[in-house]
Design a protein around this ligand. Structure first.
Ligand SMILES: [Zn+2]
Length: 372
């Protein structure tokens, strides 16, 4: 279980194609994971999700703990049963949400206490509790509880968050006792490369079945993400999956894959879909725009998703203009398919030995010109 097999490597970059085995099936990497915050990828059924070619999804420990609570999920047999998704699931630890959404009352070495953004009740979260909740939810991959520092933050603040994250990783590993579940550690360190390096060394020592790069996409300029990923690339082990948390833009995905990253997640495709925006090549189209009023072409002629196969831009424009739920579902389906298609195209390109030519946005203005 949790076997990671590299099947092909790019001769010019650290990009690779691999398989990762979990109790709910084997997934191919590079892989984009849609985000199902509350045990639902918003607006999309589990079978529709499967049709987008998603192989693994992410659910949020923090949100599921607040509602409906892990006891309900455990009672029905875990998250796979509860949401009728029988492929792999990853749950985050709640660390990121605690620090970004909760009204923090107290944070110390023991853990965090905060007011629920939902109903104001007082909640405490420690590494042990975050792991217990995730064991009850029953995902295939779970994350260690971490402290995600905001951006910007001083070196001293980020150092302190790193120290706590490493201490909490130790406690997360101690608390975890479910063999059919893989625990991943999280590297923090903000935009300070010395702290990233220190964190990478410490997390690697735990010899876990996977490692995540956290604390990105918290407001820093995009070039900082590239710098962090490039710096960490040679420091991390090759024989385990590496997951860049919260990233789902194609340029950042391509640059990260070139630096040996395998897994991604992001709310972007469904969030944009709910706002009437479609991902087309490396552009974003607002379907509310009047230019689509009598445009009867498919959204994207090269896409095989349900929205592009069965409906026109004009019809989706009409749905979005009238706040029809179907419009949001169709755009979400297309955007999710778009990122699956992009991940798949990177895999094919790595296998064919042309990844560094096809997906090198650092060399060319656009990656839209390539055949994917
Ligand atoms: Zn489509």
């Amino acid at each position: 279980m949790f076997d990671f097999q590299i099947q092909a490597r790019c001769p010019n970059t650290a990009a690779r194609v691999a398989t990762f085995s979990t109790p709910h099936g084997v997934l191919q990497t590079p892989q984009f994971m849609p985000v199902g915050t509350l045990g639902t990828v918003k607006g999309v059924t589990s079978s529709q999700l499967e049709e987008t070619k998603a192989e693994m999804i992410l659910a949020n420990t923090f949100h599921l703990h607040l509602q409906p609570g892990e006891a309900i999920v455990k009672e029905v047999g875990g998250l796979h049963e509860f949401m009728s998704w029988h492929k792999p699931i990853l749950t985050d630890s709640g660390g990121y949400q605690v620090f970004s959404l909760g009204k923090l009352n107290k944070i110390d070495d023991e853990g965090v206490s905060f007011q629920s953004p939902r109903d104001g009740r007082h909640i405490e979260l420690t590494p042990e509790k975050a792991i217990q909740i995730q064991m009850d939810l029953g995902a295939d991959v779970i994350m260690a509880f971490d402290q995600c520092p905001p951006y910007p933050a001083t070196h001293a603040e980020v150092q302190s968050a790193c120290n706590r994250t490493h201490d909490w990783l130790h406690r997360s590993v101690e608390a975890h006792c479910k063999e059919d579940q893989a625990l991943f550690g999280i590297i923090q360190g903000g935009c300070f490369l010395d702290l990233r390096e220190q964190s990478a060394q410490l997390v690697t020592k735990f010899d876990l079945p996977g490692i995540a790069i956290g604390g990105v996409s918290v407001g820093e300029p995009t070039k900082e993400i590239h710098r962090i990923v490039r710096h960490l690339s040679p420091l991390l082990p090759l024989n385990i999956p590496k997951y860049l948390m919260g990233i789902g833009t194609i340029r950042e995905m391509a640059i990260s894959v070139a630096n040996g990253v395998d897994l991604f997640d992001c709310v972007l495709p469904t969030r944009l879909g709910r706002h009437g925006t479609a991902l087309i090549r490396d552009e974003r189209w607002n379907l509310r725009n009047a230019r689509f009023k009598n445009d009867f072409q498919p959204l994207d002629k090269t896409c095989t998703c349900e929205a592009c196969q069965n409906y026109s831009r004009a019809y989706i424009h009409h749905l979005i203009r009238n706040d029809e739920l179907l419009g949001l579902t169709l755009l979400s389906l297309h955007n999710l398919s778009h990122l699956q298609r992009f991940s798949h195209a990177m895999s094919v390109s790595i296998r064919d030995g042309c990844f560094s030519e096809d997906f090198a946005p650092w060399q060319k203005d656009s990656i839209a010109r390539h055949t994917w």
